[in-house]
Design a protein around this ligand. Structure first.
Ligand code: CTP
Ligand code: MG
Length: 231
């Protein structure tokens, strides 16, 4: 039994435009609908908590026509991604015990494959702390000077890009995010909150194409990936 929390309360400022990126349509469905479907169609997912911007109409988010086939609770998010995830954790049903694992997955990552979810659930549940999907850094990394010149080359051997989903126990993750907020530390993913408390989450290598839609070029890439998948 694993519930998924989907933070979708962002404004998409880097993407630009009037409509937040998660509501833009690709192949006739919103990015958010594609993301929810990628999770709900997996047999390991029991239910979803969808976190929307305060005042957002649920019907603008996805077609509430029951095709998800999983319970989907909706709650209002906060000013930061971490606040939104905390709101999602609080909205989980009481039946999700304190020590049970829950997933957090960005609404802006619609291209999640079942194989990656399989690997994360299997390896993460076997870890005392939990796990995240991640991809090794493949490009050579340069440190820039103030003048735009290169100050040096950074070793990339042990560097990974953190993706989502991320899998942690309900109460531990809640406590970690609350502690970061109380300390005024802006955490950009769940693992960072856990790391602050001395935990060492497991890195599970995932596909490079579980990318986050940040700019219009990423949306075009998703349209391409989707067409490739269905033909
Ligand atoms: N998110 C959220 N609540 C916030 C901020 C972000 O639920 N206050 C969600 C976004 O909707 C997205 C995920 O967290 O699904 C990852 O965030 P990001 O890609 O940064 O999206 P935005 O914050 O919307 O984009 P930007 O940073 O460009 O404004
Ligand atoms: Mg953001």
């Amino acid at each position: 039994m694993t519930w998924a929390i989907v933070p979708a309360a962002g404004r998409g400022t880097r993407f630009g435009g009037d409509v937040p990126k998660q509501y833009l349509e690709v192949a006739g469905r919103s990015v958010l609908a594609h993301t929810l479907d990628a999770l709900a169609s997996h047999s390991g997912i029991t239910g979803l908590v969808l976190v929307l911007e305060e005042g957002a109409a649920p019907e603008s988010a996805f077609r509430a026509d029951g095709t998800l086939g999983r319970p989907c609770l909706i709650t209002a998010g906060g000013a930061s991604r971490a606040d939104s995830v905390l709101a999602g954790l609080a909205a989980l049903p009481d039946s999700v015990r304190a020590d049970e694992f829950v997933l957090v997955h960005d609404a802006a990552r619609p291209n999640l494959a079942h194989a990656d979810l399989d690997a994360l659930l299997e390896r993460g549940r076997a870890d005392p702390v939990g796990a995240i999907l991640a991809a090794p850094v493949r490009d050579t990394l340069k440190r820039a000077g103030d003048d735009g010149g290169i100050d040096g080359t950074e070793p990339r051997e042990r560097l990974w890009r953190a993706l989502t989903p991320q899998l942690f126990r309900r109460l531990q993750l809640t406590r970690a995010l609350e502690a970061a907020a109380a300390a005024g530390v802006a955490v950009t993913d769940e693992a960072m909150a856990m790391e602050r408390l001395g935990a060492r989450p497991l890195l599970v290598e995932g596909a490079d194409d579980n990318f986050k839609i940040t700019t219009p070029a990423d949306l075009a890439r998703f349209a391409f990936e989707l067409a490739r998948r269905t033909h």
